[in-house]
Design a protein around this ligand. Structure first.
Ligand SMILES: Cc1cc2nc3c(=O)[nH]c(=O)nc-3n(C[C@H](O)[C@H](O)[C@H](O)COP(=O)(O)O)c2cc1C
Length: 220
């Protein structure tokens, strides 16, 4: 029961309404695709703030909310990020990626060139906060990777819902982002999300999704 310290959870749907809502949401989410080519058209700041507010509603270990969303619009900074990411990607594709990974990446037709880091009007760079340091004192966070990754899922869902395209881009290693964005050692970048409208005529590779029977197992 709600009182001054508690809040109630409002479940407002009948089973019929749930079925309709879940079907419609599935249909809409099934249209989400990773976008690797963007137009330069700007995105309203209010939209970006709303999707980041949504990401901030994610659950987190002991409610530590161990995440930070850096919104990069500055062209020179985007370009520096591209150059640093491409330097790592060149080594990845030429030296670090093994045959299995190269084989698995083949259908995606990706390469070390990451033009979208220059072109997308906004890059959202997500950091996980491993711990919080106040003065000399260190306060731990819990399930940091899990919590921040769930927040990225919320963020990508909110972007799709807003009608924007994105990509969960993870150059590896990506600690160059700490230097470029002046973030402390307590934080680690987990993804770069270029955000915008898909480029004119952009089409992404057709990829199969596992059918329900392969991803569900009942215990009744
Ligand atoms: C954790 C994670 C890391 C990813 N890293 C990259 C990446 O570095 N580069 C890239 O082009 N796509 C990356 N992707 C996107 C996947 O390739 C993509 O989600 C997958 O191929 C399925 O395609 P879809 O998102 O269009 O359904 C990543 C996705 C996830 C979830």
């Amino acid at each position: 029961m709600a009182n001054e310290e508690n809040e109630s959870i409002s479940i407002i749907k009948t089973p019929e309404e749930m079925l309709k809502a879940s079907e419609e949401f599935y249909q809409y989410m099934s249209l989400r695709r990773s976008c690797r080519q963007f137009s330069m058209d700007p995105i309203p700041d209010d939209v970006i703030e709303n999707v980041i507010r949504t990401a901030g509603t994610a659950p987190s270990g002991a409610n530590k909310q161990p995440w930070l969303f850096c919104v990069v619009k500055n062209r020179e900074l985007k370009h520096k990020i591209r150059k640093a990411a491409e330097a790592e990607e060149k080594k990845n594709y030429e030296e670090r990626f093994n045959a299995n990974l190269k084989h698995d990446l083949e259908p995606l037709k990706t390469d070390p060139v990451k033009k979208f880091l220059d072109i997308a009007p906004i890059l959202i760079i997500v950091f996980k906060e491993k711990y919080t340091k106040i003065g000399d004192k260190i306060y731990p966070n819990y399930y940091v990777g899990e919590s921040a990754s769930i927040a990225v899922g919320f963020l990508m869902t909110a972007l799709h819902n807003a009608g924007l395209a994105t990509l969960c881009y993870t150059p590896s290693p990506m600690d160059f982002l700490n230097d470029l964005l002046d973030r402390p050692k307590s934080e680690s970048p987990i993804a770069i999300l270029p955000v915008g409208y898909p480029g004119k005529d952009y089409s992404c590779p057709k990829l199969p999704r596992k059918p329900l029977e392969e991803i569900i197992k009942y215990y009744v």
